[in-house]
Design a binder for this molecule. Sequence first.
Ligand SMILES: Cc1cc2nc3c(=O)[nH]c(=O)nc-3n(C[C@H](O)[C@H](O)[C@H](O)COP(=O)(O)OP(=O)(O)OC[C@H]3O[C@@H](n4cnc5c(N)ncnc54)[C@H](O)[C@@H]3O)c2cc1C
Length: 230
Amino acid sequence: MSTYLKYGCVHPRTLLADLAAAEQTESVRRYTDELAWRDFYADVLWHRPESAREYLRPELQALGHDSGPQAEELVRAWESGRTGFPIVDAGMRQLLGEGYVHNRVRMIVASFLVKDLHQEWTLGARWFMQHLVDGDLASNNHGWQWVAGTGTDASPYYRIFNPVAQGKKFDPDGAYVKRWVPELRDVEPRYVHEPWTAPGGIPDGYPEPVVDHAHERQVALDRYARVRAR
Ligand SMILES: Cc1cc2nc3c(=O)[nH]c(=O)nc-3n(C[C@H](O)[C@H](O)[C@H](O)COP(=O)(O)OP(=O)(O)OC[C@H]3O[C@@H](n4cnc5c(N)ncnc54)[C@H](O)[C@@H]3O)c2cc1C
């Protein structure tokens, strides 16, 4: 519904009225909560308009970010869905192909850019706004700040998504990855989220992982510890 809400085709109060009239199941309550997130972020943006571009926790700006030709190459790999991490690549290719990505995958690809590639959330937020059909300044930029750990009610900075574990948990048979990453269609489901472990190795045409997740996770945590110690 996000695109219809974004363009005002349906008003959130219409949805809330329907939800109030429905049997109060867990999914009805969850949906109501989701709509509340949307309004919450709109409210934050109204009161703190600078939060569209600036860190709500400015001290975390001192984390810094990677720059230079190698960092730029990694950003291009992320943008084009060629990081070698299947769930990240599927999400980024879906973004380019459909302009829509499920919330879980938005969180995974955003975490990868900020915590594995050590880029500022603002860079990813801009890319999303250029490509999402539901692109909304409040939900998008605060979604990014949530993942980056720099916003209101933010995910703690030290919570770092493991792209392999997330893929296995939320796409256990690899159907989502196989839909968007054709190079992996013939890989057995148990290897699809870490094709470098498959007996035949990584299929032709699919990249090797561009980073070592365990190492970059530690780099991110060390940077965070340094900023906190100031
Ligand atoms: C990094 C990142 C960027 C995002 N960018 C956008 C964006 O530009 N535009 C946008 O509408 N949503 C954004 N979201 C929130 C969420 O991913 C989408 O609203 C959701 O995926 C849309 O799918 P749906 O309509 O099936 O959602 P459902 O799960 O069915 O939720 C119903 C509605 O609740 C609202 N909603 C749900 N989750 C959130 C959330 N976390 N934050 C704010 N509103 C929410 C949306 O209006 C959504 O349509 C972003 C989330 C992240 C993590």
